[in-house]
Design a protein around this ligand. Structure first.
Ligand SMILES: Nc1ncnc2c1ncn2[C@@H]1O[C@H](COP(=O)(O)OP(=O)(O)O)[C@@H](O)[C@H]1O
Ligand SMILES: [Mg+2]
Length: 345
């Protein structure tokens, strides 16, 4: 409480105020703070994942400045400045920032209707399109190699050599499968070297809980801008496919529940295209279906790699959790591959 008081004091916010944890975000710690006059979102940055919080601040300022100049009406929230003009406050070794709470907004954890998928995809598409004139290279890399499938694949091969020997034997089946699907990584290398694939301002974390909705289930804006970096559109589109197509998430251990909902694919595609159709090249549009393969495969690889490396990145609440998560993503990938004709029609 004392810490909260001194934090808010930096923003000239004095008691009485009331704070409660919100959101199911896995990365940062987030609270809703109420004062008599208004509501805020306070966030403690996870500096194990984001080792240079100053780079996030730098990117936020860049994005905010660009929008102010070119799209002043576009709704999005950036951290507030404290009394000294700082948008990142350091207290006892932790970094915090304060946002205005977007009034009458809520988030959802699981996509239930095609309308929600459409709204979210439009929001993420609009986000990238807003920055189409920005020099994307100016953005700092907040997580190096985040969606670099080539790197993730190499890390997987290294884990096969240097990882936990017992686990390597135990995971023989998923390992073989992921090696068999390495054509997905080859296609990524082709994309990397293809001039028609533009590097754009990409959100890189397009799960549904990063979209604020209003009471009529319309998307208000995207949030969680820490992973905004230069990237390919397949990252944002693919992560929507990975997380919206099935109602079961990556922690589901009953794999029978992993079922791809065709209508969600359509909604993601239509929502995204609605905002991005004039931006994308023909070659990019032709890679719509690939984007799902790309992200689902990468996530399966990352879970299995972490399992072989003794869960050092994702952690685990039980012994084989990352093995199960990899298995879950492999089932999703296989269903996705089986539906290629139906989906990419
Ligand atoms: N400006 C905001 N207005 C309203 N709710 C917000 C705002 N920012 C964050 N939230 C809520 O806090 C949750 C976690 O925030 P987020 O930035 O997504 O953190 P994480 O990186 O941990 O996912 C969101 O899912 C949303 O429910
Ligand atoms: Mg989030």
């Amino acid at each position: 409480m004392e810490k909260l008081a001194s934090l808010l004091h930096a923003y000239n916010i004095e008691p009485p105020f009331y704070a409660e944890p919100i959101g199911s975000g896995l990365i940062h710690k987030t609270w809703k703070v109420r004062t008599a006059a208004t509501e805020y979102v306070l966030q403690q940055i996870n500096h194990n994942v984001f080792t240079k919080p100053g780079d996030i601040e730098y990117n936020n300022n860049l994005l905010e400045g660009y929008l102010k100049q070119y799209h002043d009406n576009y709704l999005i929230v950036f951290p507030l400045a404290d009394m000294k003009g700082k948008k990142l406050v350091r207290i006892e070794g932790f970094f915090y920032r304060l946002f205005p709470f977007v009034k009458d907004s809520h988030t959802i954890q699981c996509v239930e209707t095609a309308d929600q998928a459409y709204e979210a995809a439009s929001q993420f598409g609009r986000f990238t399109s807003m920055f189409s004139g920005m020099q994307v290279k100016k953005l700092r890399i907040t997580i190096p190699g985040f969606h670099d499938l080539r790197l993730r694949y190499r890390q997987f091969l290294t884990a096969l050599k240097k990882g936990n020997a017992k686990r390597i034997t135990f995971a023989k089946e998923p390992i073989q499968k992921l090696l068999r699907y390495s054509f997905i990584e080859e296609e990524y290398r082709f994309i990397q070297s293809h001039p028609d694939f533009k590097v754009r301002v990409t959100h890189h974390d397009t799960k549904i809980s990063n979209v604020l909705f209003n009471d009529y289930n319309e998307g208000i804006c995207v949030i969680d801008l820490d992973t905004v970096m230069p990237g390919y559109f397949i990252s944002d589109l693919g992560d929507m496919m990975r997380t919206y197509l099935s109602a079961a998430n990556e922690d589901e251990t009953d794999f029978e529940k992993i079922i791809i909902r065709k209508e969600m694919y359509k909604a993601i595609k239509n929502g995204y295209l609605n905002e991005m159709k004039d931006e994308l090249t023909k070659t990019e549009t032709d890679s719509f279906y690939y984007s799902g393969k790309f992200i689902i495969y990468m996530q399966a690889i990352r879970f299995l790699t972490d399992y072989l490396n003794n869960d050092t990145y994702y952690g685990a609440q039980y012994e084989n959790q990352n093995y199960d998560r990899a298995g879950n993503q492999i089932v999703l990938l296989e269903q996705y591959l089986n539906m290629e004709k139906i989906l990419s029609r």
